[in-house]
Design a protein around this ligand. Structure first.
Ligand code: IPD
Ligand code: CA
Ligand code: CA
Ligand code: CA
Length: 269
């Protein structure tokens, strides 16, 4: 059974609080010297990744409902998740390279997956003091500082002849995008880190984000909810929504985030 909109609205506030607590734990590490370890896949791991994971897992486990928690920093449970069920999908610190560079472009990502789709997503960027929140039937919002929730919406398809604002990865090497970019005509690149890449599209500050390199479910789940509730689309190159139904290998196919909700290719220009 799906959660009612009223439950999702209440959960959104609870998850925002947990993500902000994790953000505080991250910023406590950011404010001092820290060591960087290397994971088996050669990616970096800091004390902040681990501290945020601990805060989020204990916060989510204290909520009613006994919903399983799948996190980048503990992938053991991924194979056991019921594909038709409900689970929390967590990237405790998204943009570890940005954290290490101290450029502020890192986030906490928490998504609720139901029936293979993200129905709630919270993205908090603690160094920028910005949060993006979304839940099905509730909407998509941006919160700056201690301000109110402001509804956000994608920008729509750029008009014929306009230059596309294309989001690119700040620190992770991307395959050659030149063939894909030719489908757009003229464009400007907007470099960004973490799931802020998707959030830029959600708030209409960019038009499209093509991701033709590897990503994991936790990189996209929370921000996909934000993009979708803001009126945009996260789709595979074949035009299908990303699926979270089989988290056992936790890898996404290549995808495109579009600030409109028909087909991402500007075929009518
Ligand atoms: C990375 C971030 C980054 C994406 C990379 C991921 P991490 O995750 O999501 O934005 O471009 O592919 O590996 O390890 O910093 O959470
Ligand atoms: Ca990582
Ligand atoms: Ca990530
Ligand atoms: Ca991470």
């Amino acid at each position: 059974m799906s959660l009612a909109t009223s439950s999702l609205a209440q959960l959104l506030s609870d998850i925002e609080r947990i993500a902000r607590d994790a953000g505080e734990a991250i910023m406590a590490v950011y404010a001092r010297d820290f060591t960087v370890e290397e994971k088996a896949d050669k990616s970096p791991l800091t004390e902040a990744d681990k501290a945020a994971h601990d805060v989020i897992v204990s916060g989510l486990e204290a909520l009613p409902g006994n919903i399983p928690v799948l996190s980048e920093e503990n992938t053991e449970g991924f194979a056991g998740v019921d594909a038709d069920g409900r689970y929390w999908l967590v990237d405790p610190l998204d943009g570890t390279k940005e954290f290490i560079k101290r450029n502020g472009e890192f986030t906490v990502n928490i998504a609720l997956i139901e029936n293979g789709r993200p129905v709630l997503g919270v993205v908090v960027a603690p160094a920028l003091d910005v949060a993006y929140l979304a839940a099905e039937g509730v909407g998509a919002f941006k919160v700056e500082g201690s301000g109110e929730r402001q509804p956000i919406h994608v920008g729509g398809k750029p008009r014929a002849g306009a230059s596309y604002r294309v989001v690119g990865s700040r620190s992770h090497p991307s395959p050659d995008l030149s063939d894909w970019l030719k489908t757009l005509g003229s464009h400007d690149m907007v470099p960004m880190g973490s799931s802020l890449k998707l959030c830029l599209v959600a708030e209409g500050a960019a038009d499209v984000y093509p991701r033709l390199g590897p990503t994991c479910l936790w990189d996209t789940g929370a921000a996909q909810a934000v993009v979708e509730q803001a009126g945009g689309r996260v789709e595979t190159l074949e035009g299908q929504p990303l699926s979270y139904a089989n988290p056992s290998d936790y890898l996404n196919p290549h995808f495109v985030v579009a600030g409109w909700n028909d087909h991402h290719r500007p075929s009518t220009r």
